[in-house]
Design a protein around this ligand. Structure first.
Ligand code: HEM
Length: 511
């Protein structure tokens, strides 16, 4: 038998070190596997998994795997990404109880080292709770609350009318026209930029590239640095993320500096979020870099998301012609075909609102959800589970959208589920299109208006059908792969071409 004392000193030390390393590994793995929290209550159940790196989620449509786990293991599950535990919420009631009612203790984001490298720690979307988060969120709220968002309606109508005319001229490129709408609107709201912007403009391409890396960064386990945070200090690690940060820093600074010069030269640039930041710099207490990144995030977060939402509604119309026809019958009764609808018609068109709600439930954007983090233990009394403080929590938009207790026959497209017996929109039914609790999307009022005005004008102007000879990828918009989602919509005008152009050129006649 080999005795420790019989080994030479260096071998002895080596052995002790090896044993210590093994012990650390065992403790780390044991803690990662441990199904109980410190207060003795169990964590939500975990699908079986023997991989050291954690649960395997396929890179394409990981939310489908999560939904299967939720069906099998219950409304809450725990998975592991490296040594990090992640609790996923997959049912409506649990989301309300935890993400909404306990929103205060779920307002934090996990450290997300890859995200911090990409954004230099400057974007609100990845900000941990604390002083910077509060200052940024306050600035956003003041500018995006419902009254403030209403002020942008005339501009949204103007740009949505261009979507109709662009589709009339070049229907097969509808995804690019919708992207142009979204970026023109968001650039005007962010920096007061008055000229139309196209999907091919360099600043738009740069921001869309940022959003594509951003989406990868959000995937649990996508980067080693999220498991081993000190990797970020190695000069050779994550060069692409660091380069991306530098180019965005320049892009966002250029946009804001252009606006600053215009204001200094008394150019009439109109109201915008950037102008509000510059004019209230001292009150808001934001540094120059924070202002650049806050407006840059506003621009980035609001462009592709709005475009994908509009395209999802158009796709739903083409996929479900009977439901589309019901909405158009309501238009014919309320608006007629001699004028185009405006925001003033919104209250009288509940079927369209129901159609939009159903489309965004049927194919939810951001189906994986966005990571939140608990700052205290959260006990979910319904099943007596505990989510310990410091755990990453994801509300799975996809799994929640398939909750058959709240949305019976969840895979069936049924706008009627949003309408009550009196023919009005139900107030007791909701879906979390814009996320949860204290991190709910601050752009929701602006985005809702963009989706509504484009849908109303396009449904009013065109009959939308699918070209059966071409393939349809009805999950593509959820992955925000525009303008390359395979979605062959045919747009047939519902009034004559000449009449449609006349009405659009005069639009909006009334507001
Ligand atoms: C239909 C379009 C949009 C959808 C579906 C959408 C959805 C979301 C979702 C799901 C989140 C994460 C919420 C959470 O963590 O639980 C979010 C965050 C955010 N959104 Fe939106 N959004 C849209 C449009 C916009 C627009 C137009 C803007 C800006 C004007 C915007 C700005 C932001 C920002 C800044 C955040 C980060 C908030 C934070 O972390 O505190 N979004 N959005």
């Amino acid at each position: 038998m080999l005795l420790l004392s019989s080994l030479p000193i260096s071998d002895n030390t080596q052995l002790v070190l090896d044993v210590a390393v093994c012990l650390v590994v065992v403790v780390v793995i044991a803690r990662a596997y441990c199904p109980r929290s410190k207060n003795g209550l169990p964590l939500p159940p975990s699908p079986p998994n023997w991989r050291l790196m954690g649960h395997f989620l396929p890179p394409r449509n990981p939310f489908l795997t999560v939904a299967e786990w939720i069906d099998e293991y219950g409304p809450l599950i725990t998975i592991r990404a490296g040594t990090e535990k992640v609790v996923i919420i997959g049912r409506y009631k649990a989301a309300v109880d935890i993400m909404e009612k306990r929103g205060g203790v779920l307002a934090d984001r996990p450290p997300m080292s890859a995200g911090q490298m990409l954004t230099g720690g400057m974007t609100i979307a990845f900000a941990r709770t604390g002083d910077r988060f509060r200052r940024m969120r306050r600035a956003l709220h003041t500018h995006l609350q419902p009254k403030a968002a209403e002020a942008y309606q005339p501009l949204q109508m103007l740009f949505a009318k261009n979507t109709v005319l662009n589709i009339l001229d070049d229907p097969s490129n509808f995804q690019n026209h919708v992207i142009s709408y979204a970026v023109t609107t968001i650039l005007t709201v962010t920096y007061g930029k008055a000229t139309p912007t196209s999907a091919a403009d360099p600043e738009v391409r740069a921001v869309r590239q940022l959003m594509s890396v951003f989406r990868t960064v959000l995937r649990p386990g996508a980067y080693w640095v999220d498991t081993i945070p000190w990797l970020r200090y190695l000069p050779w690690y994550g060069r692409k993320l660091k380069r991306e940060f530098e180019s965005n820093r320049k892009l966002f600074a250029n946009q804001m500096n252009r606006l600053r010069h215009q204001l200094q030269s008394h150019v009439d640039v109109g109201p915008s979020f950037g102008r509000y930041l510059l004019e209230n710099e001292h009150l808001l207490g934001l540094s120059e870099l924070e202002m650049h990144f806050l407006s840059g995030t506003f621009f980035a977060a609001g462009s592709d998301s709005s475009a994908a939402a509009i395209c999802t509604v158009l796709m739903a119309a083409a996929c479900f012609p009977v439901e589309q026809a019901k909405v158009q019958a309501e238009f014919d009764a309320v608006v007629g075909r001699h004028r185009a609808p405006t925001f003033a018609d919104q209250q009288s068109l509940p079927l369209l609102c129901a159609f939009i709600s159903e489309a965004l439930r049927w194919r939810p954007l951001g189906p994986n959800g966005f990571p939140h983090r608990t700052t205290k233990d959260v006990i979910w009394a319904s099943e007596n589970y505990c989510i310990p403080a410091g755990t990453t929590v994801l509300g799975s938009h996809w799994a929640i959208s398939r909750d058959s207790e709240v949305y019976p026959d969840p895979d069936v497209f049924q706008p009627q589920r949003w309408i009550n017996d009196q023919g009005r929109l139900r107030e007791d039914l909701a879906f979390f299109v814009f996320g949860f609790g204290r991190r709910i999307c601050p752009g929701l009022h602006l985005a809702n208006r963009s989706v509504w005005i484009n849908s109303v004008l396009l449904f009013w102007a065109f009959q939308l059908t699918l070209d059966p000879t071409k393939p349809l990828d009805d999950m593509g918009f959820m992955r925000v792969e525009m303008p390359h989602v395979s979605c062959p919509i045919v747009f047939t005008p519902r009034v004559s071409d000449v009449e449609l152009r006349r009405i659009m050129h005069n639009y909006p006649e009334v507001e």
